[in-house]
Design a protein around this ligand. Structure first.
Ligand SMILES: Cc1ncc(COP(=O)(O)O)c(C=O)c1O
Length: 386
């Protein structure tokens, strides 16, 4: 299938191509100095003390659960409208995800007020997801967490680097988890980052990223260490320099990418204004400070209630437009059957997830292409509602 407008498209150019050659020229491709440079630059951009490169966001979430002290028998509150990785990470440590509803059709993020209702004596932590890059109301989440003694983890897979009240996503919680998967705002194929301001936690996460070993291969190569001890039950969640080089090059271009994503978002809003298709605003204007900036990731819209979404996606496909939906609610998956039963309603998410449609968004998407997408979409909706 040759799409006229794909859903996402990475933007690699001479900068990434030159960057990826450097570790090869240096003859050092495992986790080394390039990864350390990526971590330093990422920490600076995010406004945190520590950024720890991890081989993907799912692994970062797993480590974050360990860092948060979550274990068997514990409960962790998560939104049901997220990628399954958020909930899987809770299960990796033997705990149970407890699902929360979305705020509503205007805001697909977790309903922050519902977090309190889901708390039991077993609740250890909450993972918030900044859906599409729109920050969750973090001051309120931190207030609830303080009152009830919960650890806050941010799933920032979509949120590179939106700020709220001057603070970047990933700098509010005890730990933040980022993704560099192929469709993300910066990418190196697979990759991720863990952020924290806690020195001890950072040291522990770094250690667990590499089998719980007290030194890494580069330390021994540089003569800084000869041997190692293993002080924890760790993993191989290392990021290697080839991918770090690409991520570092992409990070250097992030501001340009975000400006283009904002242009695309503005164009969609302009063309869909006053139409039967709703563009959720995530309460952004209400909770943001004037200096805040959005790092848009995906372009979610809501179809009118009752419209058969499959008919719309088929029509878009005929027009050469790729679309998707984010997400099937996690509590609906077979593997999560029974989870959160009797814990309150998830009806809002069920209703809006059936209406959600994700339109193409990437920095090189032209205004003409946005016009083509909106034209095909509005025509399909008109036919479906006629
Ligand atoms: C909200 C969310 N969380 C976690 C992940 C997992 O990221 P990764 O593929 O880097 O493991 C994704 C990836 O799409 C995501 O969208």
């Amino acid at each position: 299938m040759q799409w006229r407008v794909p859903l996402f498209e990475p933007d690699f150019g001479p900068i990434e191509m030159e960057a990826v050659m450097q570790p090869l020229r240096d003859q050092w491709i495992t986790m080394g100095e390039t990864t350390a440079r990526l971590e330093a630059k990422f920490a600076e951009r995010c406004g945190v003390k520590h950024a720890i490169a991890i081989n993907n966001c799912t692994a970062a979430l797993h480590l974050a659960m360990i860092g948060a002290g979550v274990g068997p028998g514990d409960e962790v509150i998560v939104p049901t409208l997220t990628f399954v990785a958020t909930a899987n990470a809770v299960r990796y440590v033997g705990a149970e995800p407890v699902f929360c509803d979305s705020a509503g059709p205007h805001n697909l993020n977790i309903d922050v007020e519902q977090i309190t209702e889901r708390i039991t004596p077993r609740t250890k932590a909450v993972i918030v997801v900044h859906y599409a890059g729109f920050p969750v109301n973090m001051p309120r989440v931190l207030e609830i967490a303080r009152t009830h003694g919960l650890v806050v983890v941010e799933d920032c897979a979509h949120a590179l680097f939106s700020t709220l009240q001057g603070r970047a996503c990933g700098s509010w919680g005890v730990l933040g988890c980022f993704s560099f998967f192929g469709n993300k705002n910066i990418t190196c194929g697979e990759g991720g980052m863990l952020t924290t301001n806690d020195d001890d936690l950072a040291a522990r996460m770094k250690n667990m990223r590499s089998h719980g070993m007290t030194t890494v291969t580069l330390d021994r190569f540089k003569g800084r260490a000869f041997s190692y001890d293993v002080i924890a039950h760790g993993y191989n969640y290392r990021m290697e320099d080839l991918r770090s080089a690409v991520a570092l090059a992409q990070l250097g271009r992030l501001d340009g990418f975000l400006a283009e994503r904002q242009r695309v978002r503005d164009r969609y809003q302009e063309l869909l204004a006053g139409s039967p298709v709703t563009v959720p605003d995530f309460d952004w204007e209400r909770i943001r400070a004037p200096q805040d900036r959005m790092g848009h990731h995906i372009m979610p819209v809501l179809l009118p209630s009752g419209v058969d979404r499959a008919k719309i996606t088929d029509r878009l496909k005929e027009a050469g437009v790729q679309s998707s939906f984010h997400y099937p609610p996690v509590h609906r998956f077979t593997a999560f059957a029974g989870c959160s039963l009797g814990r309150g309603s998830l009806a809002r998410t069920e209703a809006l997830a059936a209406r959600e449609l994700t339109l193409p968004m990437f920095p090189t998407l032209t205004n003409e292409q946005v016009g083509l997408v909106c034209g095909a979409l509005l025509e399909a909706v008109e036919r479906a509602t006629a």
